[in-house]
Ligand binder design. Sequence first.
Ligand code: ADP
Ligand code: MG
Length: 402
Amino acid sequence: MGEKLTSFFEQYLQKESLFREKSVLLSAYTPDIIPHRDSEIEKVASILAPALKLEKPSNLFIYGTTGTGKTVVTNYVTSKMAEITQKSNNNLKIYTINCKLKKVADTEYRLMADVARTVFNEQIPETGLSTNEVYKIFVKALDREKVLLVMVLDEIDSLVEKIGDEILYNLTRLNSELKKSQLSIIGISNKLDFTDHMDARVKSSLCEEEIQFFKYNAVQILDILKERAGIAFKEGKVTEGVLEKCAAYAATHGDARRAIDLLRVSAEISERKNENVISIESLDEADEKLDTDKYFDAVKNMNKQNMTVLFSLFELCSKNDEKPILSGNAYDSYKLLCLNLKNRVQTQRWFSDVLGELEMQGILHTKIVSHGRYGRTRHLGLGIPPSTAPKIERLLREGLGL
Ligand SMILES: Nc1ncnc2c1ncn2[C@@H]1O[C@H](COP(=O)(O)OP(=O)(O)O)[C@@H](O)[C@H]1O
Ligand SMILES: [Mg+2]
């Protein structure tokens, strides 16, 4: 094996790579050129501009589905502002956090401690103080001299899911305690209905200004891809039509991230197959692989209860062929499966909540159909593509011991 492995690596090293600069296709890369977002950039910039004069900008809520450029646009604008501030050396501070990050944005304590540490170099122990005490240290540091702090809370929905919206209430009220300094908040969410369930007072203070980012169409995604591909790959390594098809695939979600991932994975597959260009076939494989990975992860991290619900839907679907599933039938199928598995049957209300969760993950589509005075029914359909479904079904069987 040792010799074989050595020669495998030697051959690998001799192979010419398709990539010139692979890192531009990874998520950490920030592009210099951001096509099709001029008006969003202008809006964010004009809302935040007062901060340069240490006047408080309105709080801003940015929302839109994933991969619509919210993070990249916000970072672009705030980093330009930071550049300008550095030259004039004024007291504008910008703090950015992705609230999905574990260990930092898991509790109000940790988040406030992180702001105080990164922005003001305060020493705050990991534990031991009360949240109130951490706030006191933060407020004291912020008000030491006149400062304008912009706090960017990216993926703010994940923060509120973890710790509730009280923190936003507390943050937006801080300005009334401050004597010299002021604080503005930018919240960014991938969930369109994020503010629907929010306390009305919190909502109105966070959403003083709102900007929605809309899904990209295929033409826009193609422009974004062309920019990236030009840097990422060596000349002539992308087969005619690959970028177009890649854009078309990703346009169903309007998602630039998906497009870029798709291109990178296509190239990796082509390299593994020893092709000297990125082929359309590799692109098709990549599309399937990304779907499989996405649903695989979701299902692997699912609890047994939810797995049971999903599997009962799979069973109904296979009996039902193309027809939509009625939610009443789905619950019956779930009850039957519980009997087989000797599980306790949960209530219809609980079942309905799980369907909601599955829909959020894109695993399920639901549609309310009205029958006039005969009431309404909910139609369900699986969102998992047919090419991936058998693999997911196998995973569910394993998970449930069937
Ligand atoms: N208009 C654009 N121009 C260039 N790259 C873009 C553009 N919009 C999005 N991207 C890229 O697509 C990916 C997803 O964008 P991101 O800003 O993270 O989306 P969101 O925060 O809305 O989920 C990132 O790699 C980003 O660099
Ligand atoms: Mg983002």
